[in-house]
Design a protein around this ligand. Structure first.
Ligand code: AMP
Length: 281
């Protein structure tokens, strides 16, 4: 297992692979605090990589995508446990840089133009302004540093998946963005690094999120589906930020003919949770 922290170590690793720069292969970008959802992405990456390629996991709690300093400060950092999960899931390289390696200068890590999906009203940008500028910045930097041929992103962060896919097309990045379905706990809650912050009561309340997605999925009309989500969430202790039906690709809503997506963001206590599902089912 290659564990790379600095630009110098990355250059050494590249030359040991017979490359002038980067690692090539398949990348799973993460912020660490890995769980079984991440492990599924890594296993998929290892399959796509094949026996001789590089299956890399990046672990970087990216400060530029947090608009809340407290959230950034309390984000779990569990590198030793993460390394064990990466090995078990079949990764053979970990890129865990510090901030100076990722952001040595503004020129080295530009913020690309934001795809339209990033700023659709009523979604993440309304509640986390600047979040997707930070996401696009870090993904572009990772792509340029690591020169991965493919990167796997979870559907759990649906808007992020759409934004990164659009950015890679708009910026003509030499990388294929591969989506992966959401992993859930047996009770239906989407796995998340933030779930560890939930008390027993907060976790029980959070189950209204998958319940609302299920309630929406059986409604054929978008207004009725949104009402079904709101009704389900209203009976819970959650503070809802949005619960909407949008076009699955553009995130403009509601969908006219094509595929739709039901998207929810809500707080359970101090913990912000997001989830989504295909609509209609
Ligand atoms: P994060 O470390 O939370 O930024 O997530 C890293 C990657 O793992 C992102 O592409 C997420 O969408 C993905 N991911 C997080 N949770 C899950 C999950 N429960 N199922 C599938 N993918 C996930």
């Amino acid at each position: 297992m290659l564990v790379i922290h600095t630009a110098r170590e990355l250059t050494q690793a590249a030359s040991s692979l017979g490359r002038t720069a980067g690692l090539g292969g398949v990348l799973v970008p993460t912020m660490g605090a890995l769980h079984d959802g991440h492990a599924a992405l890594i296993r998929r990456a290892a399959e796509l990589t094949g026996p001789r390629g590089v299956c890399a996991v990046s672990i970087f709690v990216n400060p530029t995508q947090f608009n809340d300093r407290t959230d950034f400060a309390r984000y779990p950092r569990t590198l030793e446990a993460d390394i064990a999960i990466c090995i078990a899931a079949g990764a053979n390289a970990i890129f865990a840089p510090d901030v100076a390696t990722m952001y040595p200068s503004p020129e080295a890590a530009p913020v690309p133009p934001l795809p339209a999906a990033a700023t659709q009203p009523g979604l993440e940008d309304a509640h986390r302004p600047g979040h997707f500028a930070g996401v696009c910045q870090v993904v572009l930097r990772l792509v340029r540093l690591l020169e991965s041929a493919q990167a796997i992103f979870g559907e759990k962060d649906w808007q992020q998946l759409r934004v990164v896919t659009a950015m890679s097309h708009e910026q003509r990045l030499p990388i294929k963005i591969v989506p992966h379905p959401t992993l859930r706990d047996p009770d239906g809650l989407a796995m998340s690094s933030r779930n560890r912050f939930l008390s027993t009561d907060e976790r029980a309340a959070a189950l209204a999120i998958p319940a609302a997605l299920r309630a929406a999925s059986v409604e054929r009309d978008p207004d009725r589906a949104e009402r079904a989500m709101r009704d389900t969430l209203a009976g819970s202790a959650l503070a809802v930020e949005y619960a909407v039906i949008r076009d699955a690709d553009t995130l403009v809503g509601p969908p006219r003919n094509g595929r739709g997506r039901a998207l929810i963001a809500a707080r359970s206590g101090r913990t912000r949770l997001i989830d989504n599902a295909a609509w209609p089912a």
